[in-house]
Design a protein around this ligand. Structure first.
Ligand code: GLV
Ligand code: MN
Ligand code: MN
Ligand code: MN
Length: 406
């Protein structure tokens, strides 16, 4: 039997969830594609003799138990298998494939862990289906209440509770698991880099230092739906025009603040027809900044402009926060240990959100990044060279060995 590699596992993953229309991959949580990948993962874990269970929040865990089968002191790694619409092949899958291969490396090194090693797959990391990123880890840590999470709806109008129940996860079981979190000694997520720092530094792997604070806000604008041919220009209350003005304003506000990112990537006009003035428009804003006070000030500035523009366009606008994650610095002690284990790896912060960022306020957490020659992510252009992907798994194996033995 030929030995698996990160690349061979990624090739298997790449067969699932291709999006012919957008390019890349679309794997919303609990879609056919994501379910197939979850099943694939369980098969890979079982092939490796790992014990698989699924926690109350739908997080799949594959355990390499110590002989006593105690779950205390677990060293957890992993990532996610859901994707943004039209996403790349690496965001999420690289961390999952590398975790499995890191286990293979430890086995072939003859390592006997004294702490359980767990590979975890988190559901709805991207928030592409229910709007809240890192939904699995937020539920696990209590960062979102079960009531709010279960009531979230996808574009079809199905609630998270309904989708969970259809997929064998009892909605009554979701919520914080302090005992489970307390049993984790360390969480280490490996991820493809979502920028160009490692290209510029000419290194294959980095250690993560921090995650930029970030949040999502939903703007709902109501105007007056009407006929495109019979409604005079001066008689219109067109929410899509209001949205267009707001979006350029958001860019202006984002540009005026050093280190800020302000993005509108999703707009939903209703009813959405060429010859119909929209009656309402929803759009979503993603704001990020290292200083959470500045993020709040940016959102306050945007909110003020939204009401002025809405009034000028004869519309009504409301803005609601869907999620927020404060700027996170990873555990300095754990990071120091990784720096000792991987002395050649530079230390980098990231502007992207991860389950590691949510878990970091509850368990010692660290990240590894693997060079992405395109520097592009959330796009089919995302990439990692084969040699770098394999180097990432070796680095992860070194880290797991350092943390789980002794
Ligand atoms: C998730 O990848 C995010 O940073 O939005
Ligand atoms: Mn990711
Ligand atoms: Mn992502
Ligand atoms: Mn992410």
């Amino acid at each position: 039997m030929t030995r698996d590699t990160v690349v061979s596992l990624l090739d298997e993953i790449a067969r699932i969830g291709r999006d012919q229309r957008r390019g890349g991959y679309s794997r919303p949580v609990y879609s056919a594609a994501e379910l197939e990948l979850r099943e694939w993962f369980v098969g890979q874990a079982e092939r490796r003799g790992l014990d698989v269970d699924i926690d109350g929040n739908g997080v799949i865990r594959a355990w390499w138990h110590v002989p006593s089968r105690s779950t205390a002191g677990a060293v957890v790694t992993g990532s996610h298998l859901d994707s943004v619409p039209g996403g790349g092949a690496y965001d999420g899958p690289l961390g999952v494939a590398s975790a499995l291969i890191a286990i293979d490396h430890l086995r072939s090194r003859g390592v006997e862990p004294t702490k359980p090693i767990v590979v975890a797959v988190f559901p709805e990391e991207e928030g592409s289906r229910f709007g809240v990123a890192c939904l699995g880890s937020r539920l696990l840590t209590g960062a979102i209440s079960p009531e709010r999470a279960l009531a979230l709806r996808d574009v079809e109008g199905d609630t998270f509770a309904e989708v969970l129940a259809r997929n064998g996860v009892d909605p009554r079981g979701v919520g914080p698991d302090p005992a489970g979190l307390g049993a984790i000694d360390a969480f280490v997520e490996l991820h493809v880099e979502q920028g160009r720092a490692l290209v510029d530094l000419d290194r294959p792997v980095a250690i993560g230092s921090s995650i930029l604070g970030h949040g999502r806000w939903r703007v709902s604008i109501r105007g007056e739906g009407n006929h495109a041919g019979t409604t005079l220009m001066q008689d219109r209350r067109d929410p899509l025009v209001a949205a267009a003005r707001m979006i350029t304003e958001i860019r202006t506000i984002g540009r005026a603040t050093p280190d800020a990112r302000a993005t509108v990537g999703r707009v939903l006009p209703l009813p959405g027809a060429t010859n119909v003035i929209a009656s309402s428009v929803d759009f979503w804003i993603d704001v990020r900044h290292p200083d959470d006070v500045v993020t709040a000030a940016i959102v306050a500035g945007i909110t003020e402009r939204l009401s002025l523009i809405a009034a000028e366009e004869g519309c009504m606008a409301a803005i609601t926060e869907e999620s927020f994650s404060a700027t996170t610095d990873f555990d300095p002690f754990l990071r120091g240990r990784l720096e000792e284990m991987l002395p050649d790896a530079p230390v980098l912060g990231t502007g992207a959100g991860h389950d590691a960022g949510v878990l970091a306020s509850h368990v010692p957490t660290a990240m590894l990044f693997v060079r992405n020659p395109t520097g592009v992510s959330h796009s089919p252009e995302e990439y990692a060279e084969d040699a770098d992907a394999e180097a990432g798994a070796v680095a992860l194996a070194d880290v797991l060995e350092g943390l789980a033995v002794g």
